[in-house]
Write a protein that binds this ligand. Sequence first.
Ligand SMILES: NC(=O)C1=CN([C@@H]2O[C@H](COP(=O)(O)OP(=O)(O)OC[C@H]3O[C@@H](n4cnc5c(N)ncnc54)[C@H](OP(=O)(O)O)[C@@H]3O)[C@@H](O)[C@H]2O)C=CC1
Ligand SMILES: O=C(O)[C@@H]1CCC=N1
Length: 267
Amino acid sequence: MKKIAIIGSGNIGLSLARGLVKADYARAEEITLTRRNLSHLDAYAAEGFVVSADNVAAVASAEVVILAVLPQQLNHVLNEIIPQVKSGHLFISVISGVSCAAIKARLGAGIQVIRAMPNTAIAIGQSMTCIASDHASSENLADVIRMFETVGAVVKINEELMTSATALCACGTAFFLRAIRAASQGGVEIGFHADEALKMAVQTAKGAADLLLLHQTHPESEIDKVTSPKGCTIAGLNEMEHNGFSSSLIKGIKLSAEKAGSLYTKE
Ligand SMILES: NC(=O)C1=CN([C@@H]2O[C@H](COP(=O)(O)OP(=O)(O)OC[C@H]3O[C@@H](n4cnc5c(N)ncnc54)[C@H](OP(=O)(O)O)[C@@H]3O)[C@@H](O)[C@H]2O)C=CC1
Ligand SMILES: O=C(O)[C@@H]1CCC=N1
């Protein structure tokens, strides 16, 4: 198994690390996690991950380097690790809004860079990960797709759609979670205790998503099966639409995509 370094082990870096180990893709000992404040990684060290504040040493000891810092932290990290970067390294960036070309402009044109846009459900093997590259070898691309397939579904997309993928799939986790919270709050208003209402909303959301996955149907065809004529579902649904339900989701996704494209500055 190739040694992996995750540079910037925050929310998504740690979710990825956990997912890869849970999926038996790698052992914890084969993954180095870096960040500056190591005290946040104590639990991971106890699980066998190698933890370090030394990005340069982490890159030197790895074959696969996963960049998972914030866009505004990237240039500092790249400048730091350049002396240790070798042509055999494979770089995977999960960073929003930074192109493969921008990373190669700093590391060298010969370095293989592949972008991946996972979401935090990667920790439990349920990510929707979009993958893109410009000139990576087909072998490296296949390896990266295989890696992310162990922790969820993968779609290969053109690189110019990566900011859209960020909004729909990575930010999307938060959007659907907020919808579930709102549903559970509605449940409390109509008589359930908060814990029951949340459990009911979560399972209902899971069932709705699974209907689409298992039946391979369009949402509207499943909705048609719920909305009895003159019934309470269509009354509630239309009230939500009068208040901008679909429109606000669409507008939010568009704004997130715009923002994802503007998070990184080259200087
Ligand atoms: N969160 C998500 O769901 C997703 C995030 N992304 C992308 O992943 C990236 C990280 O996001 P997220 O995990 O949310 O952010 P976090 O802030 O949680 O993680 C970034 C981590 O980088 C570490 N870091 C910062 N500077 C350095 C450095 N010089 N050397 C080593 N580590 C460093 C920080 O720790 P410390 O301060 O201790 O160094 C921090 O833990 C972003 O680019 C984001 O766009 C992509 C998909 C999904
Ligand atoms: O909020 C963010 O900027 C990151 C990118 C996608 C999910 N979290």
